[in-house]
Design a protein around this ligand. Structure first.
Ligand SMILES: Cc1cc2nc3c(=O)[nH]c(=O)nc-3n(C[C@H](O)[C@H](O)[C@H](O)COP(=O)(O)OP(=O)(O)OC[C@H]3O[C@@H](n4cnc5c(N)ncnc54)[C@H](O)[C@@H]3O)c2cc1C
Length: 541
């Protein structure tokens, strides 16, 4: 028998679990969050990985904010709880063969001049590309906040939801529908080839198509991944813009936790969940790793689907089709995160100087062309870590003074790829050699880079799986591939944040609008639970 009981239990204190808990408590439910690690945040975490240099703090996994919708910021009053984001500076790439490209999103003339260095035709096409993408974002953006309908179901409620969605899009014309279809099905490489000619600009724009994917830029579906990363805003309405949260990504989770606590949520860390209890197809509570049981009529889980359903609920308690869908869930990625403490900023040959300059303040990339990115993927798919990995780098300390001592910097390198099986073994030595190669590529364009590094922290797929619960090392709890999107995320018939178990709701990045630090899965799962709770109370009254 459970000694403790709550109205609602949320499993996992990542940002989505915390958002779900905050909304539940705000609706009046006595809510408990259970987190297995010693801190909350999950993949949105700020840590001090070097015991001998605790003054340096890194956003160990996720590193930039984009998709958190203004409604969540407002409902949870996150600014009051310390949420503050500095909009990032421009995209910057220095080329091994010389020269550089800086994309100033806020200044069309400067962007034109930069692109025209490589291709005048591309400079002319770039504003049209941005307008085209903006038009598609107008269609796709609101879909992120839409609960996917249960396509194919003949139940009147499901048919109504499907028709509602179709009606909302009745204004779309043949061309827009064709553009959306292309975006959903094309590779980012084919799409960019349609628009541009210079390898420099195509390399720059291809990065967003492969972030976190187990797919090179020539794979179908990568155009959509680019769109997913291009439609967010940092809360100030500037579409597609990204920003550095003050205090790192852990501060975002910290603000959400503080908001949740202000609504009355209890957060328990070092409290791993071993099982979700069910009886007659209903969730009744959880069993912790230490054997303690806690009862609740509402259980929200924000864990990876394989953990949440196969380990915690158990195949025997799930419909066969659903269990099979979760078994088949694709969750590879081959991402390696490298965090560096720097004694000085990189001194790029193309744009010299170690003093703070605009090109240090945005993405500091190592993705000179689509072919370069593709080569890194081919290496990994053939079973080798990339010889020349691509890297999405940022230096958040160009704005945020809380992460490193004065005059020093933190650099975060999001890199790909190592083989998708590297979640099974630590591969420590090979990861260090891989990190050396990433650093070498930056050193080719900024010769002070290697000597500027004071400390480094290399986090591979094994660490992501074992320390953070990201099975397969996938950064989004599951690939953003076409067969795992919208009404299929995480499984057909269960994309509405409900599950085959009554009273069990699903809030992880493996649901629609995830991944990323967007909080939408957490909010939607809580809203589903709150609506069902109200209905069941009304029935009883
Ligand atoms: C390297 C990397 C870089 C990324 N970069 C970005 C980025 O820049 N911007 C962006 O928006 N997104 C980024 N992402 C993706 C983003 O971080 C995730 O999609 C998001 O943080 C997931 O949030 P979540 O709450 O759904 O899950 P998680 O953050 O995974 O939270 C789940 C929580 O559950 C806990 N848990 C696991 N098992 C148990 C258990 N048995 N009992 C109790 N608790 C348990 C975990 O410890 C964790 O705290 C990145 C991810 C990674 C890994």
């Amino acid at each position: 028998m459970a000694r403790e009981s709550y109205d609602a239990i949320v499993i996992g204190g990542g940002h989505n679990g915390l958002v779900a808990a905050a909304y539940l408590a705000r609706s009046g439910a006595r809510t408990l969050v259970l987190e297995q690690r010693s801190t909350t945040g999950g993949a949105a975490t700020t840590e001090a990985p070097w015991p001998d240099a605790p003054q340096f703090k890194v956003t160990r996994l996720s590193y930039v904010m984009s998709l958190l919708p203004p409604s969540i910021l407002h409902d949870l009053q996150l600014a009051k709880h310390g949420y503050k984001v500095f909009p990032m500076g421009p995209y910057y790439q220095a080329y091994p063969e010389g020269g550089s490209l800086t994309l100033y999103e806020e200044d069309s003339q400067r962007a034109y001049d930069e692109i025209a260095k490589w291709s005048k035709k591309d400079a002319d096409a770039y504003p049209k590309w941005n307008a085209w993408l903006g038009g598609l974002a107008d269609v796709l953006g609101p879909l992120l906040l839409t609960v996917p309908p249960n396509l194919g179901s003949r139940k009147p409620k499901d048919l109504k939801e499907t028709l509602k969605l179709a009606w909302r899009h009745r204004g779309l014309n043949v061309r827009t529908i064709a553009d959306v279809t292309r975006l959903m099905t094309m590779s980012i490489a084919d799409l960019l080839d349609d628009w541009f000619e210079s390898s420099q600009l195509k390399g720059a724009l291809a990065v967003n198509g492969v972030i976190g994917t187990w797919a090179g830029p020539y794979e179908p579906g990568t155009a959509y991944v680019m769109a997913h990363h291009s439609i967010g805003d940092v809360g100030d309405g500037r579409l597609g813009s990204w920003g550095f949260p003050e205090g790192g990504m852990g501060a975002v989770a910290g603000a959400i936790a503080s908001s949740a606590q202000s609504f009355g949520v209890t957060i328990r860390t070092n409290a791993g969940v071993a099982k979700i209890r069910t009886a007659q197809g209903r969730a009744t509570g959880v069993v912790l790793d230490n054997g303690d049981e806690i009862a609740a009529k509402v259980v929200v889980t924000s864990l990876h689907p394989k953990t949440a359903f196969l380990d915690h609920v158990g195949r025997e308690n799930l419909p066969t089709d659903f269990a099979q869908d979760i078994e088949r869930w694709k969750t590879r990625s081959g991402v390696v995160k490298i965090n560096l403490a720097l004694g000085e900023l990189p001194d790029f040959t193309a744009n010299p100087g170690t003093h703070l300059q605009e090109h240090h303040t945005g993405s500091v990339e190592m993705a000179p062309s689509m072919e370069y990115i593709e080569r890194a993927f081919i290496d990994a798919r053939e079973g080798r870590p990339a010889a020349r990995p691509f890297s999405d780098g940022v230096i958040p300390t160009t704005f945020d003074k809380t992460l490193a001592p004065e005059g020093h910097h933190i650099m975060s390198l999001f890199t790909q790829w190592v083989p998708s099986t590297w979640n099974e073994e630590p591969h420590r030595d090979e990861l260090e050699k891989y990190a050396d190669r990433v650093i070498d590529t930056y050193n080719e364009v900024a010769p002070n880079f290697k000597s500027a590094i004071l400390h480094r922290d290399v986090v591979g797929p094994y660490d992501m799986e074992h320390d953070y619960g990201l099975i397969g090392g996938n950064i989004f709890h599951g690939e953003l591939s076409l067969e795992q999107l919208f009404h299929l995320r995480p499984a057909p018939g269960f994309a509405d944040y409900r599950t085959p178990i009554q009273g069990l709701y699903y809030a992880s990045s493996a649901t629609h609008a995830g991944g990323g630090v967007c909080g939408i899965p957490g909010m939607q799962a809580a809203k589903a639970a709150i609506a069902d709770r109200r209905k069941s109370r009304a029935r009883r009254a």
